[in-house]
Design a protein around this ligand. Structure first.
Ligand code: PFF
Length: 454
C-alpha cells in the first residue's frame, strides 16, 4: 500500500489548521451573526463556547484522527470499537458536503466583488445616485442570476481543487504556508485603518460592552454552532487533518494556537467591519449581505476606498480558499480510501458533486427562489440545519465517544504521545468532554426543538 501522506512541519500543520478554521465563518458570518444577535451578548457566549467546548474538542478531533489514521467516517468506528459509530462520521461528512455547496456559492460572490473592486466597476456609480439602492441592486443582480455566480464559484472551487490535487504536503501544507501570512498582513493593514475611523468607539461598545438582555436558547445554540463552525469542528475537518499529523507533534499546543488565532481573527473582523458601519450610520443587523451591501457603501465614501475594498475582498478570498481546501479534503480523503481512486481523480469527482450541489444553491437564490419554506431558501435551510442541528450533534457524539467510550485515559495517552505529560489544567479540560459538553448541548437542542424562549 502507498504510504499515507503527512504534514512535514509543525508550522505547516498550524497554517493548514488555522487556514481551515479562519474563513468565511470569521469574516463574513461572525460579524453579521453578532450584528443580528445583539452584539456583546452573542460574543460573550461565543467566547465561553470557544474555551470550554471548542478547545477540548479540537484536540480531541486531532487525537482521534491521529490514532485512527483514517478518513472521518471510519475514524468514529475505529475509535468507538464498533462500526455503528461510523454513522456519526457519516453525519459529519454529509454535513460538510452540504456546507461545501453553499460555501462555494459565497466564495463565488466574494470573487465577483474582488474582481469588480479591482476593475473599479463596483464604484462606478452615477453622480447623485442613491448608494443604498445601487449596492442593493448589484447584490440582487448577482445573487438572483444563475450563470454569473456559478462561473465565479467554479473559479473558486477550481483553484481550491488544484491545491487538493497536489496532496497534503505538496499542496495543502505548501499553499497554507504562503496564504496564511498574506492573510495576516492584509488583515493588519485593514484593521489599522479601521481603528482610525470615528465609529471605532461605538463598535467597541456594541461588541464588548456587556448587555445580556438578548440571550435566549436560540442565541446560545446559534453562538455555539457558530463557534464550532468557525473552529471547523463537528465536520470531520480536524479528524482528517489529525490523521496526517505525525506522532512527534504535541497536539495540545497546536490546538490552542489554532483556537487563539481563529478567535482573534473573528473578533477583529468585527472591529474591521463595524467601525465603518457605525461611522456611516448603517445598520449592524443587516445579515448575510453585510459585507456585500453595507461595506461597499462605506468603501465608496472613504478616501482610498477602492484600494481597501480590493484588499478586503482579497483577504476574504484567501480565507475562504484555505477553508474550502479543508472542506474538500474531508470528502476527498474519504473517497480515496473507499474507492482506491487516485487523489487527482477523487478530487475532481468530489468537485463535480459539490458543483452540482452548488448550482442547486445558486438556483435557489435566483431562478428557483420561489422554493422557500418558512421564509428560508435552500441555502438558508442548509445553513440553519447544519449550524444548529448537525454540527452540534456531531460535536456531542464526538464528546460522548471520546469521554465515555474511548475514555479519557486513552485520549490522554494519545495526547501525550507528542512527549509532554498533561498538567492538572489539561485534565480539567478533559473532564469537560464528559460532564459539560454533552449535557449542555443536548439540553439546548431540546429547548430549541421545543421552541422554548428564555
Ligand atoms: N471554519 C471555516 C470558517 O470559519 O469559515 C468553515 C469550515 C471549514 C467549515 C472546514 C467546515 C470545515 F470542514
Amino acid at each position: 500500500m502507498k504510504k499515507r501522506d503527512t504534514f512535514s512541519t509543525k508550522i505547516g500543520i498550524i497554517a493548514a489548521s488555522a487556514g481551515s478554521a479562519i474563513g468565511l465563518g470569521n469574516i463574513w458570518k461572525f460579524p453579521y451573526m453578532a450584528g443580528i444577535n445583539g452584539g456583546s451578548a452573542f460574543i460573550f457566549i461565543y467566547i465561553i463556547a470557544i474555551v470550554l467546548m471548542g478547545y477540548p474538542l479540537i484536540y480531541t478531533e486531532f487525537a482521534m484522527g491521529r490514532r485512527a489514521k483514517s478518513n472521518a467516517v471510519d475514524t468514529f468506528g475505529i475509535i468507538g470499537g464498533r462500526k455503528i459509530w461510523n454513522f456519526a462520521g457519516f453525519l459529519a461528512v454529509l454535513t460538510v458536503f452540504l456546507i461545501a455547496t453553499f460555501y462555494m456559492m459565497i466564495t463565488g460572490w466574494v470573487i465577483y466583488y474582488f474582481y469588480n473592486s479591482l476593475t473599479g466597476q463596483l464604484y462606478n456609480i452615477a453622480q447623485g445616485a442613491d448608494s443604498i439602492t445601487y449596492y442593493k441592486d448589484i447584490f440582487a443582480h448577482l445573487s438572483t442570476s444563475f450563470a454569473l455566480p456559478l462561473i465565479f464559484s467554479i473559479i473558486g472551487i477550481y483553484i481550491t481543487a488544484l491545491i487538493n490535487s497536489m496532496g497534503i504536503k505538496e499542496g495543502i501544507e505548501k499553499y497554507s504556508k504562503i496564504m496564511m501570512p498574506l492573510l495576516v498582513v492584509i488583515f493588519i493593514v485593514l484593521i489599522g485603518y479601521s481603528m482610525t475611523l470615528p465609529g471605532f468607539n461605538d463598535s467597541m461598545a456594541f461588541l464588548f460592552k456587556p448587555n445580556f438582555s438578548s440571550i435566549s436558547p436560540a442565541v446560545i445554540i446559534g453562538a455555539i454552532g457558530q463557534a464550532f463552525f468557525s473552529l471547523s469542528l463537528g465536520m470531520g475537518a480536524l479528524i482528517t487533518y489529525g490523521s496526517y499529523i505525525s506522532k512527534t507533534e504535541n497536539i495540545r499546543t497546536i490546538a490552542w494556537q489554532v483556537t487563539v488565532a481563529d478567535t482573534i481573527i473573528a473578533l477583529f473582523s468585527g472591529l474591521l467591519i463595524f467601525p465603518a458601519v457605525f461611522t456611516y450610520d448603517l445598520a449592524p443587523s443587516a445579515g448575510p449581505s453585510l459585507i456585500f451591501i453595507s461595506l461597499p457603501q462605506v468603501f465608496l465614501k472613504m478616501p482610498g476606498g477602492r484600494l481597501f475594498s480590493t484588499l478586503f475582498f482579497l483577504l476574504v478570498i484567501v480565507a475562504a480558499i484555505t477553508s474550502l481546501v479543508s472542506i474538500l479534503e474531508i470528502i476527498i480523503t474519504y473517497v480515496i480510501e473507499k474507492t482506491k481512486w487516485s487523489r487527482k481523480f477523487s478530487t475532481w469527482a468530489v468537485v463535480f458533486a459539490v458543483t452540482v450541489g452548488g448550482a442547486i444553491n445558486i438556483a435557489g437564490e435566483g431562478p428557483w427562489s420561489y422554493l422557500q419554506l418558512a421564509g428560508r431558501s435552500i441555502f438558508g435551510w442548509l445553513d440553519y440545519l447544519t449550524n444548529n442541528i448537525t454540527i452540534p450533534l456531531v460535536a456531542v457524539l464526538t464528546a460522548i465517544l471520546s469521554g465515555w467510550v474511548w475514555g479519557i485515559a486513552s485520549l490522554n495517552e494519545e495526547l501525550e504521545v507528542g512527549g509532554t505529560p498533561s498538567t492538572s489544567s489539561d485534565r480539567y479540560f478533559n473532564l469537560l468532554l464528559k460532564w459539560v459538553i454533552p449535557p449542555v448541548i443536548i439540553i439546548l437542542m431540546i429547548a430549541l426543538l421545543l421552541g422554548i424562549q428564555a
